[in-house]
Design a protein around this ligand. Structure first.
Ligand code: SF4
Length: 255
C-alpha cells in the first residue's frame, strides 16, 4: 500500500505531465531549458517518459563546473531525447572580457548582469527563437524573486508562453522523485550546493541557509536572477484545462 507521501508525489507527477501535455498540444514547438539542476533532472525524466516531442537544450556559459559537464554527458547517453547545447557568441564574450576583465562580474551588479547577458540571455534568445513556448524547472519556494510566478504565463521579454510545471513542488518532492526513479543528478548537490550555476558564481551553503544563498552570494537577494527569467506576466493558462488533463493522465502515471 502506498503512503500519503507517495500518493502526493504521484498527484504532483500527474499534474506536471498534464501541464507538459497542454504545452505540447497548444503551443508546439515547445522547448525545455534544462539548467541541469535537480528540478530540471526531474523534468528531463518526465519529458523523456511522457512527452518526448518537447525539445531539450542547455546553455554552456563556458564557466560551468566540471560536475555539470559530467552530467551533460550522462544525460546525453542515458536519455533517448537529444540535449542541444548552445554557446555564447565568442565576439561578445571577448569584448566583455576586454572591458571588464575575466572575473569582472565580481566588481558590480551591472558587470555581473552584463556577463549573464552575454553568456546566458543572448544564447537563450537564440534557443527560443521560433518556438511557441518554453518550459523551466522553477519552483515557487526557491527564492523571493519567484514567489509570484504562475504555472503558465506569457513571457513578454522573449515573446512566447512560459510554463513552470514544478512550481508547487517542494525540494523534498524533487529529491523523492530523483531517489524513487533513480534519476541522474549533479554530484555537487551532495556537497551542499542546492542551487547550481557557473563555477565562479556558485558556492556551497551551510545548514539552515536559504537554498539560493550560494548563488551570487555577494549580492542582495532581490538582484539574484541572471536575466533568464526576467518577467512573467499575463495570459495565464487555464487551470481548469490542466486539472482536466491531469485527471486523464493520473492512471497512466500511477500504473
Ligand atoms: S553566473 Fe557568473 S560567470 Fe555565469 S554568466 Fe553570470 S556572471 Fe557570468
Amino acid at each position: 500500500m502506498k503512503t500519503n507521501i507517495h500518493n502526493e508525489l504521484d498527484k504532483k507527477i500527474a499534474d506536471t505531465v498534464a501541464i507538459l501535455r497542454q504545452a505540447a498540444s497548444e503551443f508546439a514547438p515547445v522547448v525545455f531549458a534544462n539548467s541541469l539542476g535537480a528540478e530540471d533532472m526531474v523534468l528531463t525524466d518526465l519529458i523523456a517518459k511522457y512527452q518526448p516531442d518537447i525539445q531539450m537544450f542547455s546553455l554552456d556559459t563556458g564557466r560551468l563546473p566540471k560536475e555539470t559537464y559530467d552530467l551533460i554527458q550522462e544525460v546525453s547517453q542515458q536519455y533517448n531525447i537529444p540535449l542541444h547545447v548552445y554557446f555564447p557568441d565568442s565576439t561578445r564574450v571577448q569584448q566583455l572580457v576586454t572591458e571588464h576583465g575575466i572575473n569582472g562580474f565580481y566588481d558590480s551588479v551591472e558587470n555581473r548582469k552584463a556577463c549573464c547577458f552575454a553568456r546566458k540571455v543572448e544564447p537563450l534568445r537564440r534557443a527560443l527563437k521560433g518556438k511557441g513556448a518554453w518550459v523551466t524547472g522553477m519552483r515557487r519556494d526557491q527564492a523571493v524573486t519567484r514567489g509570484a510566478l504562475d504555472v503558465s504565463a506569457f513571457d513578454n521579454d522573449n515573446g512566447l508562453q512560459k510554463f513552470n510545471p514544478l512550481l508547487e513542488w517542494s525540494n523534498k518532492d524533487v529529491w523523492a522523485y530523483i531517489r524513487q526513479y533513480d534519476v541522474p543528478y549533479n554530484k555537487l548537490h551532495d556537497q551542499f550546493y542546492p542551487s547550481l550555476g557557473c563555477a565562479p558564481c556558485t558556492r556551497s551553503i551551510s545548514p539552515g541557509e536559504d537554498i539560493r544563498a550560494g548563488r551570487w552570494w555577494w549580492e542582495s537577494p532581490e538582484s539574484k536572477e541572471c536575466g533568464l527569467h526576467a518577467s512573467n506576466t499575463s495570459l495565464k493558462a487555464s487551470r481548469e484545462r490542466i486539472i482536466e488533463i491531469a485527471a486523464n493522465v493520473k492512471q497512466e502515471v500511477t500504473a
